[in-house]
Ligand binder design. Structure first.
Ligand SMILES: [Zn+2]
Length: 366
C-alpha cells in the first residue's frame, strides 16, 4: 500500500500534546459493545463535552446566526465551526491536504468519538453536497491516507449530520461494526464490469462496491446515486419527490429532493471499498420527524439525526442516558438493543421478506 501523505502518528501525537485533542476529557466517556443480530454494536455515552446548563442553552438560543463560533480546542473564533484559517496551520492545529483538485484543511476532533477521529473540510465555506465530486474527494483522501477510512454525512436535513452548511468529511483509524458486516447478496452492474456490488447485512440499507479501478468505482457510485435520487417505491414508503421517469435537473439538488446517500470509503490493500447507505428524509403525519428516522417509541434513547458515525454502528448518546437507564431500569445491553432498533428505523429497506424484495427491485435498476 502507498505511503501516507504525511505522518499521521506525528500529527495526532502533536495534537494530543498541545491539548487540541482533549484526551483526559475523552477518557470520561462510558463505552461498551452489545451483541445484536447486526454484530457487535458500539455504544458511547458522551461525557467529554461539558454539559450545558440551562443558562448556557438560553444564551445559545439568543445567539445570532452570524455570531462567531469559539473553537474549544484553540479558543479561536471562527465564522462557523469548520472554517479553517492560516492561523490554524501556523499553530499546528490544522494541516492542508490536496483533494478533489483543491486545498482542504484537516484536523483531529477535540472530542474524538473514536481513535484518530479526524475532520477534513473544504477551505471554502460552502454547503455539504453528495455527488460525483464528493465521491472523488473521498477516494483522493484514502489515496493520501490509506490506513484511514473516510466518510461523509448525507447532505439533507433529518438524514444528515449537524452541520450541513460547511462541506466536510470525517475519518480516522477505527473499525466500525458496518465494516465487518458481510455482503449477503451480490448483483451485477452491467455498465461497470470492474466493480463488485453487493447488499450488506446491515440495519440501514447499504450497497457495497469494491474495485481496483477507482475511476469506474466513481462512475458506479454516481450511477447508484442518480438512480436512487429519483427512486420511488410506494410499497415500502420511499418517496423521492420525483415522478417516475423524471431526472434530476442539471442545476443539481433542488428543494424537493428526499433521497440521498451516506458514503464511506476505505482501502483494503489495493482494492477500494465504498459503502453507500441509502437515505430518504420523507416525513408523514404519523412520523413528522421522518419515516426513516427513529420513531417516537425510541426517543428516550435517540431522537437526533442518524449521521455518519451512527450509520456505521457507533452510537453517540448524550449524558442524559445515564438518568434514563436508571429511571427505566435499563441495562447496557438494553440500550444496545434499542440502538439496533434505531438503526432499523433508519433503513429504507427493512430486513424482512418484503423489504429485501424491495431492495432487490432497486438493485435490479442498477
Ligand atoms: Zn464554514
Amino acid at each position: 500500500m502507498a505511503a501516507s501523505y504525511f505522518d499521521t502518528d506525528e500529527f495526532y501525537n502533536a495534537s494530543r500534546e498541545a491539548n487540541y485533542v482533549k484526551v483526559a476529557d475523552i477518557a470520561r466517556n462510558i463505552a461498551w459493545t452489545t451483541d445484536t443480530q447486526w454484530g457487535e454494536l458500539q455504544i458511547t455515552i458522551n461525557l467529554s463535552k461539558p454539559e450545558k446548563d440551562p443558562r448556557a442553552i438560553a444564551a445559545a438560543a439568543k445567539k445570532k446566526a452570524d455570531d462567531p463560533y469559539i473553537d474549544p480546542a484553540t479558543g479561536r473564533t471562527r465564522p462557523c465551526p469548520l472554517c479553517v484559517c492560516d492561523a490554524d496551520l501556523e499553530c499546528g492545529y490544522a494541516r492542508k491536504i490536496p483533494i478533489g483538485g483543491e486545498t482542504w484543511g484537516m484536523w483531529y476532533s477535540p472530542y474524538a468519538y473514536y481513535n484518530e477521529h479526524c475532520i477534513a473540510m473544504s477551505w471554502e465555506h460552502r454547503p455539504m453536497h453528495i455527488d460525483r465530486a464528493a465521491f472523488t474527494c473521498l477516494l483522493d483522501f484514502v489515496d493520501l491516507f490509506p490506513s484511514y477510512f473516510i466518510g461523509s454525512n448525507a447532505d439533507l436535513p433529518i438524514v444528515g449530520g449537524s452541520i450541513l452548511s460547511h462541506d466536510h468529511f470525517q475519518g480516522g483509524r477505527h473499525t466500525f461494526p458496518m465494516e465487518v458486516a458481510p455482503v449477503v447478496e451480490t448483483f451485477d452492474m452491467p455498465a461497470f464490469p470492474s466493480v463488485e456490488a453487493g447488499i450488506v447485512k446491515w440495519p440501514l440499507s447499504v450497497v457495497r462496491l469494491r474495485s481496483l479501478d477507482r475511476e469506474q468505482l466513481v462512475d458506479a457510485a454516481a450511477h447508484v446515486l442518480a438512480v436512487w435520487t429519483t427512486y420511488n417505491d410506494d410499497a415500502v414508503g420511499i418517496v423521492s419527490g420525483f415522478a417516475d421517469g423524471e431526472t434530476v435537473a442539471s442545476d443539481g439538488r433542488i428543494d424537493k429532493i428526499h433521497n440521498t446517500i451516506t458514503p464511506i470509503v476505505r482501502r483494503k490493500g489495493e482494492v477500494y471499498e465504498m459503502d453507500l447507505a441509502l437515505r430518504c428524509n420523507i416525513t408523514s403525519d404519523e412520523h413528522p420527524l421522518g419515516v426513516f428516522h427513529p420513531h417516537e417509541e425510541l426517543h428516550h434513547v435517540k431522537k437526533e439525526n442518524i449521521g455518519l458515525i451512527e450509520v456505521m454502528g457507533l452510537a453517540i448518546l448524550p449524558p442524559r442516558l445515564r438518568q434514563v437507564m436508571e429511571e427505566r431500569g435499563m441495562s447496557r445491553d438494553d440500550v444496545g438493543q434499542v440502538f439496533a432498533q434505531v438503526l432499523e428505523h433508519a433503513g429504507v429497506f427493512k430486513w424482512d421478506d418484503e423489504g429485501r424484495e424491495a431492495f432487490r427491485r432497486f438493485v435490479a435498476r442498477l
